[in-house]
Design a protein around this ligand. Structure first.
Ligand SMILES: Nc1ncnc2c1ncn2[C@@H]1O[C@H](COP(=O)(O)OP(=O)(O)OP(=O)(O)O)[C@@H](O)[C@H]1O
Ligand SMILES: [Mg+2]
Length: 459
């Protein structure tokens, strides 16, 4: 064994480090995930020691002396992405984009490169996964490109560093971090130490030269970015692409963002010409809603600053087994069980011997408590076979005593409902003080879940 090198074992799922091999990872409880890797114990230079090496005295600066300009952020011209990023790309930021295979990560980033190149920025797209011809094929699908975009197929990070330092582009895309490797580390590309070291080098480049770098990361079976957890700590922004394999739309969600809110989502649709923005997701989600059937109601959930309307479907039927079956698709299973228990105990609807299936139509995942009232009404509607009129929308959180609790931004939700042609909104009574009269809308304020049920039963 060479001096300055030591052998350690890393869990490939979560990055847990151990000096000996173990069958089960104490960190993430996964089995057979430890892999031997050789790491260097030599101290790598930090930016501080580099300053020293250049003969400069390390000196802190006054906060008020740091100059920034107003138009710091670069717009990608893809409105949905700009919003998720918090208003454009911050120079010198490191953004990690994760998502299932084939969801459209490379497509989106190539579109970003195209738009930035068209607005005069120099852009470098580095791919370790695809050949130049394959990238060209995708580019043909997306549209016209200008000469500001350069493509480079390489996986060696030292070569990449040298090219970036020479070309000094405004933006760099690394597709993907799992294919990159550094010669000093003997383990295979994609292993924990390689991914960590590669990201570290990219972070130094981004911060040192003020270049925005987008990194594509593969995800594990559980949907987390493959490799060490520290990866998410090292980057400034983590974006996840999610979506149903069978649906054409994709949702981009910020999980971490040092320069903006993490609540915002961007909705895209995969088309032949690349990812297209969906400007009005509610309309898109309500497409294909059946009319005049029981067990269906539209609810409203806030995703960041934007209200999104979704159809909630429930199917309640007599159970043939001792233990009733309960399923929740697109929402929290435990929440559905809780709401059904409230209906059983507080309203007196017998659900204990019923199977229940709750589904958020369109494959979207919603966890905001504001959809509680919608779920409860859909369950009651299916159980009692009552058709809720298509013009009715409901939102509100349901508490354990059956009370309907306040939700934020009620006025925005009502105005979105109005925009989409709804005429009746069932909402919490506590929101009444913050609401003004809305022209042409019938606002039904409810204090208890029973009030809402009485309203829909009345027809
Ligand atoms: N001609 C086409 N028309 C419509 N959609 C297409 C077309 N060609 C490719 N696609 C879509 O693009 C997706 C591939 O996108 P992309 O290569 O950007 O995904 P990715 O997330 O980068 O995948 P990977 O993880 O494999 O790199 C395909 O799954 C397919 O849905
Ligand atoms: Mg790709």
């Amino acid at each position: 064994m060479l001096k300055n090198k030591k052998v350690v074992y890393f869990c490939q799922e979560c990055g847990y480090e151990s000096s000996k091999w173990m069958g089960q990872c104490p960190g993430c409880k996964a089995w057979n995930t430890f892999v031997e890797e050789t790491v260097s114990t030599k101290k790598t230079s930090s930016s501080g020691s580099r300053t020293m090496a250049q003969g400069l005295k390390p000196e802190p600066v006054k906060l008020k002396d740091i100059r920034i300009s107003e138009d710091e952020r670069r717009l990608t011209k893809i409105g949905e992405l700009d919003r998720v990023l918090g208003g454009g790309i911050v120079p010198g930021s490191l953004v990690l984009v994760g998502g299932d295979p084939g969801i459209g990560k490379s497509t989106l980033l190539l579109q970003v490169c195209r738009n930035l190149a068209l607005s005069g920025n120099s852009v470098l797209y580095i791919s370790g996964e695809e050949s130049l011809r394959q990238i060209r094929l995708r580019a043909n699908r997306i549209g016209e490109f200008n000469e500001n975009l350069q493509i480079f197929c390489e996986t060696n990070l030292e070569t990449i560093r040298e090219v970036i330092e020479r070309k000094k582009p405004d933006m760099v895309v690394i597709d993907s971090i799992q294919t990159m490797f550094h010669e000093d580390i003997s383990s295979a590309p994609g292993s924990v130490s390689q991914v960590r070291e590669s990201t570290n080098i990219l972070m130094q480049i981004a911060k040192g030269l003020g270049i925005s770098i987008f990194i594509v990361g593969h995800v594990t079976k559980e949907g987390n970015v493959a490799g060490p957890r520290v990866l998410e700590h090292m980057v400034d922004t983590v974006l996840y692409f999610e979506g149903d394999r069978h649906a054409s739309y994709r949702i981009l969600r910020a999980v971490k963002n040092r320069f903006g809110s993490t609540n915002e989502i961007g909705v895209f649709e995969m088309r032949g010409t690349g990812l297209e923005e969906v400007k009005n997701p509610s309309e898109f989600m309500l497409n294909g809603k059946p009319n005049g059937t029981s067990g269906s109601i539209v609810a409203c959930s806030m995703e960041g600053t934007r209200p999104i309307l979704v159809e909630i479907q429930a199917l309640v039927c007599q159970s043939n087994f001792g233990i009733p079956r309960r399923t929740a698709v697109g929402t929290d299973f435990n929440r559905v069980n809780l709401l059904m228990a409230v209906l059983e105990k507080k309203v007196g609807i017998h659900l204990a011997s019923c199977d229940a299936y709750v589904n958020i139509a369109g494959g979207m995942k919603m966890t905001e408590p504001a959809i509680d009232l919608g779920i409860s009404l859909a369950v009651v509607s299916s159980c009692k076979d009552i058709v809720i009129p298509d013009s009715v929308l409901a939102f509100g959180e349901v508490g354990l005593s059956g009370e309907v609790r306040a939700v934020s931004m009620a006025a925005q939700r009502v105005s979105e409902a109005k925009k989409l042609g709804f005429t009746t909104v069932i909402l919490p009574k506590v929101c009444q003080s913050s609401m003004e009269k809305t022209e042409g809308m019938n606002l039904v304020y409810v204090e208890w879940i029973q009030d809402a049920i009485r309203y829909i039963m009345k027809g």
